[in-house]
Design a protein around this ligand. Sequence first.
Ligand SMILES: [Zn+2]
Length: 152
Amino acid sequence: MGSKYGVIVCPKCGMARGVETAKKTTSCQCGKEINLSHVKIKNHTDSPIELAELVAKANAIIRGGEEPAPEKRSRKKDPMNAIAEGAKSIKDPLERMRVVAQGLTELKSKFTVEDLRHVASLLGKDTAEDMLARLKEHNLVYEIDVGEYRSV
Ligand SMILES: [Zn+2]
């Protein structure tokens, strides 16, 4: 290795911080004196600028539980979203489900419970299973093959 810097996670407060690997100890902002031989040093680098980025990234992960998304995927291009948007304003649940099933059928010529689940998650109202059960009950969809449906 031989890199000058690295990232450690403070055993007391759980936050990441940059350290000089040549040092024996470092003190965290929480006041904890950390013996570097007792912690794992990750993300070795020779660049202090890169080190600062690595620390910021590590802390973002620690705080947020995941890496910050570089950019949010636009949902505008998602045709499933268009179906969900179209169905959202419909008050009657059965009519709403019918519109979703019809939209999916027009989009893909047939659909699966996974497709329904996708739209259901965007709609946030009914579960895919509920939708499918009610649609079948009212003969608004038929099963063209195992697990594949079309609206009537
Ligand atoms: Zn600390």
